[in-house]
Write a protein that binds this ligand. Structure first.
Ligand code: SF4
Length: 273
């Protein structure tokens, strides 16, 4: 769980939250390095630092030293929307090279104080840019990478953008953790992340997987209605079940046979297995 730590009251709140939390608490820090020190003092389990808005080397190294002494990991969170202006100017705008250079600069400060408990993100809202930045970064560092398309937006467009970026990289073997940044209830972000990992075979499936035909002239039943009813019926079930709702004999029997539960229409009949 990540909490913003942007003022003294937030740091005081963290000191109350951390001991009571059943999950690790990560503090998100922007602009004020002293808030990072306060969050560490509050006992957080991780920090996220944005190199674009904490830029003084002595401040960065002060935080890294304190995190090192407390054995607290830090995510270097480069973000296309808050790139260091000097790098923006040097690279003539927001580029993958500029984002990678920002991450490498921060890593160098951390290495100066002998701190390597880090992971890195180079998020952008532009999907091709984000993919290129992560590809370049993966070539020059072995640190774990945290993937995301930042500020991807509301559903369904945000879901598609985030999936396009994250899935492309995961299938290239790039990335260690992920986050969907959707303009939606955070539960949707977690759900999307889980479904993506299950779809790519990167996480054991623990939920229902529904296979069903699209709209199709060959369908002999109203597949959309039957599939929607199946989805509703199993919406709350936490079981690794594959269900196929198929409209005709072209692919129906084959798909239904492979699924745990299958409904296949054809020759004016519907069978289930
Ligand atoms: S199985 Fe039949 S109804 Fe379903 S998509 Fe294929 S051709 Fe269309």
């Amino acid at each position: 769980m990540r909490c913003t730590c942007n003022e003294a009251e937030a740091a005081e709140g963290l000191a109350q939250i951390v001991p009571r939390s059943p999950v690790p608490i990560v503090a998100d820090i922007h602009h004020q390095y002293k808030m990072a020190l306060a969050a560490l003092e509050a006992g957080v389990h991780g920090l996220r630092l944005n190199p674009g808005n904490i830029r003084r080397p002595e401040h960065i190294k002060a935080v890294a030293s304190e995190a090192r002494d407390r054995n607290v990991p830090i995510r270097i969170g480069v973000n296309g929307g808050s790139l260091d202006p000097a790098l923006y100017e040097k690279h003539n705008g927001l580029t993958a090279e500029a984002m990678v250079e920002s991450a490498l600069q921060e890593i160098a400060y951390f290495q100066e104080v002998d701190f390597d408990l880090i992971k890195i993100s180079v998020k952008a809202s532009n999907v091709p840019l984000m993919i290129e930045a992560y590809r370049q970064l993966s070539e020059v560092t072995d640190y774990p990478l945290h993937l995301g398309v930042t500020e991807a937006g509301p559903l369904p467009g945000g879901l598609i953008k985030a999936t396009a970026g994250i899935a492309t990289l995961l299938m290239e073997g790039i990335g260690d953790t992920i986050r969907y940044s959707l303009t939606a209830d955070p539960v949707e972000e977690a759900r999307a992340g889980r479904q993506l990992l299950e779809s790519l075979g990167l996480r054991e499936r623990k939920n229902v997987d529904l296979i069903a035909c699209p709209s199709c002239g060959r369908a002999e039943i109203d597949v959309i209605e039957v599939a929607n009813r199946a989805q509703q019926a199993f919406a709350d079930k936490k079981i690794p079940l594959q269900i196929a709702v198929m409209g005709c004999v072209v692919n129906g029997p084959g798909e239904a046979r492979e699924a745990d539960l299958g409904i296949a229409a054809g020759n004016k009949r519907v069978t289930s297995s």
